[in-house]
Design a protein around this ligand. Structure first.
Ligand code: PLP
Length: 497
């Protein structure tokens, strides 16, 4: 059912969309993929003079989505739980949100989707769904560059949960090249074998920035020869898309992954919604993660038997984050508008069908603009004395984030000083704890700048200049106290001689 309520607006046909170059942004060196000046008008931070460069943690929310959220109060009701007009309308809007997300990902159907709170919950749901399928002697393969959300659940499953049932499953970890930050695919090839039920890999590392070669990893996992209980051959592939989906065109059918998880709060939406995409036959056959109301077939609960609802509702036990899910799906429509036509959007709050060509075009622009910004930042940053930038040199291999350390400076001190200058970065291990230890970083921390579609070249310059201004005096002080210390020691030695 499509509800034509005031949420809706009319839309511009795809043919009328501007071609790349119709909108120029000043100071983008001819790199006119996004009209950032227009996009920035939709955000609060512009007025507060914030330099928002911590987008890998979370992105800012545009006015449009906050207004939309407020407007939904008019039909505030639960879904699938009422006969009133507001209940019918909000139910229809929620169901349409599934279609928007499915179209954005080019998923075959809404039956491929589950809404969760975030990437972490989506990945945990896969762990719990597959838990009972693991056999003694199986293994899972993950990588040294994972966010803790895609490592700790698997560690816990192998070390804490399955051993309680007498099942031993090994968790294998693929290493990466310490210099280039690229995954060691030969190592992955060696670790994957005919007992590998699942390969869990990040789509893009939130520390190294490195984007994994998903098609190669898929080949390795498919070719493992593992025999799944449903008769399929090969290991399942789960991709953590938290840093991939916000900035890259993603077509799940082309990627041919079994599971993909991501969070909307890293792509303009408010906190609280993430998505799991999975192949339909898997969602159909696997047990749900949560049980309760709405996930059961109408009236089919008896003392001796319970039948589950059809997909995707089999996975919606309890009242969902209704407004959050609707607003999150609309965030995808807004990103399409921002990329294609920020001055006269056609997708946001309309019932315009999202087709894969428009997504490819829009997300291609987002990707190429963010690559350009990242490159501009890297060009400036490599000149800072004592800096070490982690991850690949080539921006095509990177998500739009740059983690770095400066010799002799604690990254947390650096980030605090940057914050005093209004430059927002994150310092710490970014939950990529394994990778920080693997690189021998002490403390296990780095500083990270990360960009999104509202950042402009001035943000990059302000952030990098601030890093320079803050870092140089600290380095000079450190060098000075080192020399003083050295001189003191020399004097002591001379006295002894
Ligand atoms: C690569 C990656 N995976 C998973 C997550 C976890 O996302 P969430 O906190 O939304 O569950 C993040 C968040 O920073 C991330 O960067």
């Amino acid at each position: 059912m499509t509800v034509m309520i005031e949420l809706r607006r009319s839309y511009t046909p795809v043919e009328e969309l501007p071609q790349s170059g119709d909108h120029m942004h000043s100071r983008n060196n001819g790199h006119n993929e996004l009209n950032v000046r227009e996009i920035r008008k939709h955000f609060f931070f512009r007025k507060d003079r914030r330099t928002v460069t911590n987008n890998a943690a979370t992105t800012q929310v545009p006015y449009d989505l906050l207004r939309l959220h407020a407007s939904l109060a008019k039909r505030y009701e639960n879904v699938h739980r009422g006969q009133s007009k507001p209940s019918q309308e909000i139910t229809a809007l929620l169901e349409e949100s599934y279609q928007t997300v499915a179209d954005f990902l080019n998923a075959p159907s809404i039956r491929n989707l589950v809404f969760y709170r975030n990437t972490t919950e989506a990945i945990n749901s896969v762990m719990y769904a597959l838990l009972t399928e693991f056999r003694n002697g199986d293994n899972i393969v993950t990588t040294m560059m994972e966010h803790n959300s895609n490592y700790v659940p698997w560690y816990a499953m192998c070390r804490d949960i399955l051993p309680r049932f007498g099942v031993n499953v090994e968790c294998r970890i693929v290493s990466f090249d310490q210099e280039s930050g690229e995954l060691d695919l030969d190592h992955m090839d060696r670790l994957i074998d005919s007992r590998t039920k699942l390969v869990c890999c990040t789509g893009a590392s939130n520390f190294l920035g490195y984007k994994s070669p998903i098609s190669l990893i898929r080949e390795l996992s498919r070719g493992s020869g593992y025999s799944q209980p449903n008769g399929a051959s090969g290991s399942y592939l789960l991709i953590d898309g938290a840093q991939l989906v916000p900035s890259t065109p993603v077509d799940v059918q082309q990627m041919n992954v079994d599971f993909l998880a991501f969070s909307f709060h890293k792509m303009l939406a408010p906190f609280g919604t993430g998505v799991l995409y999975a192949r339909e036959e898997l969602l159909d056959s696997l047990p749900p993660f949560l049980y309760g109301g709405d996930m059961i077939a109408e009236g089919q609960v008896h003392p001796e038997s319970v039948s589950y609802n059809k997909l995707p509702w089999k996975y919606t036990a309890g009242t969902p984050n209704i407004l959050g899910n609707i607003v999150s799906a609309q965030a995808l429509r807004l990103i399409l508008d921002f990329a294609l036509r920020p001055d006269r959007g056609s997708y946001f709050r309309s019932d315009k069908k999202i087709d894969k060509i428009a997504v490819k075009l829009a997300m291609g622009k987002v990707n190429s603009y963010l690559q350009w910004l990242t490159q501009e930042a890297m060009i400036r940053m490599v000149k800072i004395p004592g800096i070490k930038i982690y991850g690949p040199v080539e921006v095509e291999k990177r998500a739009p984030l740059i983690s770095f350390n400066i010799n002799g400076i604690n990254p947390i001190t650096l980030a605090n000083k940057l914050a005093e200058r209004g430059v927002e970065v994150r310092a710490g291990c970014h939950c990529a704890t394994l990778a920080h230890h693997y690189l021998g970083l002490d403390p296990p921390a780095s500083c990270r700048l990360s960009f999104y579609i509202y950042n402009d070249i001035e943000d990059v310059e302000r952030a990098v200049d601030a890093v320079k201004c803050v870092a140089l005096p600290i380095r000079q002080r450190t060098l000075f106290s080192y020399l003083k210390n050295y001189e003191h020691k020399l004097r002591g030695i001379r006295r002894i001689i």
